[in-house]
Design a protein around this ligand. Structure first.
Ligand code: ADP
Ligand code: MG
Length: 219
């Protein structure tokens, strides 16, 4: 199975819309109460851009989405999610497909994560979106490697795709849950110091939705 780029963006927008109030409430506790509205505005604009014209490669779809997010989301998350999608586009290069198989998806997802780390300078454990994205990247790579190991024995690639994304969804969700105990070291929440502990990070929560959306975009 393959991750369909346009379906991923649309599924992420739908999940963000559904969870916007929750994301804003989480940001109200340790930030400035705008993460849900930021993400909803950005992803609605990304979907509007796709409705207007859907590029004919996954790389171009991610690039268009990145530009829209950087332009429409004020705040930390705009440039960070923008960088994520831009790096996916770069990592795909001139790949002509509109969807990506699991092995390649693991590779480009890692490139996206590396971009977010380079841009925001956060590390795992800093209570940011990295804490959901990094475990998902690890899970995808592990599953993609297992698939390669079994490819000579005729393992079912249909199952491998959903198993990889299921593992990534679970890993992102535990990473998100683990942010509750952490003290924030990056972003607005870090201004609270020790008082940021005891609250789930809004960006890790939206990042877990990003991974769930990829699971829904398997075709
Ligand atoms: P702002 O903090 O500017 O109001 P948002 O509320 O939209 O922006 O996003 C906040 C989220 O952004 C945080 O919950 C955190 O997960 C993420 N974030 C903030 N700074 C960084 C960073 N340097 N690296 C990675 N993620 C970050
Ligand atoms: Mg905020």
């Amino acid at each position: 199975m393959r991750v369909d780029a346009a379906a991923w963006i649309r599924a992420f927008a739908a999940l963000i819309d559904e969870h916007a109030d929750e994301l804003t409430a989480l940001d109200a506790a340790i930030g400035d109460a705008d993460h849900g509205t930021n993400m909803r505005r950005g992803m609605a604009a990304a979907v509007a851009a796709l409705d207007d014209s859907t590029p004919d490669t996954a790389a171009e779809i991610y690039k268009q989405t990145a530009m829209v997010l950087i332009r429409t989301i004020g705040g930390a998350s705009g440039p960070l999610y923008g960088t994520f999608f831009l790096r996916l586009a770069t990592a795909l290069g001139d790949d002509p497909e509109t969807s990506t198989d699991i092995g390649d998806f693991a590779r480009v997802f890692r490139a996206g994560l590396d971009g977010v780390i380079a841009r925001g300078k956060a590390e795992p454990g800093d209570k940011t979106m990295i804490d959901a994205l990094a475990p998902a990247a690890d899970a995808l790579e592990k599953q993609a490697a297992d698939r390669t190991d079994h490819s000579t024995t005729g393992a079912d690639t249909t199952e491998t795709g959903s198993a990889a994304l299921d593992a990534a969804v679970a890993a992102a969700a535990s990473g998100r849950d683990a942010t509750t105990a952490l003290v924030a070291r990056k972003g607005r929440a870090s201004y609270l110091g020790e008082r940021s502990a005891g609250h789930q990070d809004p960006g890790a929560t939206s990042a877990a939705l990003l991974v769930r959306a990829a699971r829904q975009a398997l075709r």
